[in-house]
Design a protein around this ligand. Structure first.
Ligand code: BES
Ligand code: MN
Ligand code: ZN
Length: 489
């Protein structure tokens, strides 16, 4: 269970750990209750990520550094919240004090702190035989953090918003971290339905027959090597009142990517249970929309299957017909994400939304280009690209705009079908984006986020935890909250 966070007036007696977030200036001027000579002796200067703890009656008190006041942003506070949660993970209940000498508005600081605490305290324990009691990595006794300073409606609302978004990120992380043999497409669809029910979203699960009837040739082609049937899940969020716009969220849901007959290496397969992180981020984000009261209608399109090597698996050279009638020659079965997304994007376009965003762990090439922590952002419409980029900035998720060069389309010309499913040896993130673009109507603003890098982390770092990160949830929630339709004309 995620840590619960509450806004309270003063430090509760039951909190056996009490930590305050402090800037380096605050430390140099002196902090009440902490001996300046002791802080100096242990080298605590209030730098970002620095922690100082000292025993107190029944537990401890402490300080978490933020660095120079002028540099403190929401992201700094979120990060410090995560550091705080890790520092008191052995205490059931902790209190957190906000800094007083920073320019981040109090509501934003409370929201970011709540987010950081919950995200930093996240653990995946589903497969631990003695979760929380073994004293090992998975141990966390902390289940409640009180943000001290005010219990006003505004303070409570700010904390609740941060907690709601963080809970959505945890939904995505849990799905990402579940093994591929456990989270098959049918299991994934069932879990998605359960999330939808709990959050108050409409959901519809398509079975093999529905998928065949709808001619989702990409999804069926990728599924052909599997013993588990595919699923296609639609989720709908309807706001109260008239929606200000309709957005389509499309997510890659490959529950395990062995590469198909173009099989991956042992090394290349190790993290491939996470090839459904695009879909997971969308499910996590959708689960938050009712709680934060997003004003737009959002419909999600989630194709789900694994990419295996059964006796009748799609062979290199096979041709698939996508939902919209276009044909693709499959020359590398490991380039499967674009095949299932082609169907999903075609379906999304049929519903004529105001804009489409897709999230996919699509290419290793994007990780080569941008490294492990930054998503590649591509699109067909500058204003919408800018809106998504701004949403990601507000959310504290890192994205970088990459081009979709029209002349690179040549690289996936096919002699037998409309296109082939791979480009040349270089610029693989861009050719993958261009192949997706083939299935999007030119007059619908569309953005593609290649999250192959940031969907997964090698180690804990601030609010990021090792394993599935839930990258994209925060951006998608921000986008739904702040989306503005372009002025007509
Ligand atoms: N799921 C992978 C991309 C990936 C790689 C995600 C590493 C996360 C980490 C995708 O399906 C894939 O295999 N892409 C191929 C495409 C190639 C065959 C054109 C790749 O990137 O090598
Ligand atoms: Mn693949
Ligand atoms: Zn894949």
């Amino acid at each position: 269970m995620p840590i619960t966070v509450h806004a309270v007036r003063s430090v509760p007696k039951a909190a056996t750990a009490s930590l305050a977030l402090v800037t380096s200036e605050a430390v140099s001027f002196g902090v009440d209750g902490f001996d300046a000579a002791v802080l100096e002796a242990v080298g605590f200067e209030g730098k970002a990520d620095q922690v100082h703890l000292q025993p107190a009656e029944g537990g401890f008190t402490g300080l978490v550094g933020l660095g120079p006041a002028a540099e403190v942003t929401e992201a700094t506070v979120r990060r410090a919240g995560a550091v705080l949660a890790r520092s008191c993970s052995r205490h059931a209940r902790a209190a957190a004090g906000l800094p007083v000498d920073v320019s981040v508005p109090a509501a934003e600081a409370r929201r970011a702190l709540a987010e950081g605490v919950i995200l930093g305290g996240y653990r995946y324990t589903a497969f631990k035989s003695s979760a929380g009691e073994d004293g090992g990595d998975s141990s966390r006794r902390l289940d409640r953090v009180d943000v001290v300073g005010s219990a006003s409606a505004g303070a409570k609302d700010a904390v609740a918003r941060g907690a709601a978004v963080a809970a959505g990120v945890c939904v995505a992380r849990d799905l990402a971290n579940e093994p591929g043999g456990s989270l098959t497409a049918p299991a994934f669809a069932e879990k998605t339905e359960a999330v939808a029910r709990e959050a108050g979203l409409e959901s519809k699960v398509w079975t093999t027959e529905d998928i065949e009837a709808a001619s989702l040739g990409g999804l069926l082609g990728v599924n052909r090597g599997s013993t588990h049937p595919p699923r296609f899940v639609e989720l709908t969020y309807e706001p109260e009142g008239t929606p200000t716009a309709t957005l389509a969220y499309v997510g890659k849901g490959i529950t395990f990517d062995a590469g198909g007959l173009s099989i991956k290496t042992a090394q290349g397969m190790m993290a491939m249970k996470m090839d459904m992180c695009g879909a997971a981020a969308i499910i996590g984000a959708m689960s938050v929309l009712p709680a934060v009261g997003a004003p737009v209608r959002v419909k999600a399109y989630l194709p789900m299957t694994d990419n295996m090597l059964g006796g009748d698996a799609t062979r290199p050279g096979d041709v698939l017909t996508i939902r919209n009638g276009k044909t693709i020659e499959v020359l590398n079965t490991d380039a499967e994400g674009r095949l299932i997304l082609a169907d999903a994007l075609s379906l999304a376009c049929e519903d004529e939304p105001d804009a489409i965003i897709d999230l996919a762990t699509l290419t290793g090439a994007c990780m080569v280009a941008l490294g492990p922590s930054i998503a590649g952002l591509m699109g067909n419409d500058e204003p919408f690209v800018d809106q998504v980029r701004a949403a990601a900035d507000r959310a504290g998720e890192r994205v970088w705009h990459l081009p979709l060069p029209a002349d690179y389309v040549k690289q996936f010309e096919s002699s037998v079908a409309d296109i082939k499913n791979i480009g040349g040896p270089h610029g693989g993130a861009l050719t993958a984006g261009l192949i997706l673009k083939e299935f999007v109507d030119d007059d619908i603003p569309w953005v593609h986020l290649d999250i192959a890098g940031p969907a997964r982390a090698e180690s804990d770092d601030g609010e990021i935890t090792k394993g599935g990160t839930g990258f994209g949830v925060r951006t998608l929630v921000e986008l739904a909250l702040g989306y503005t339709r372009p002025a007509p004309g």
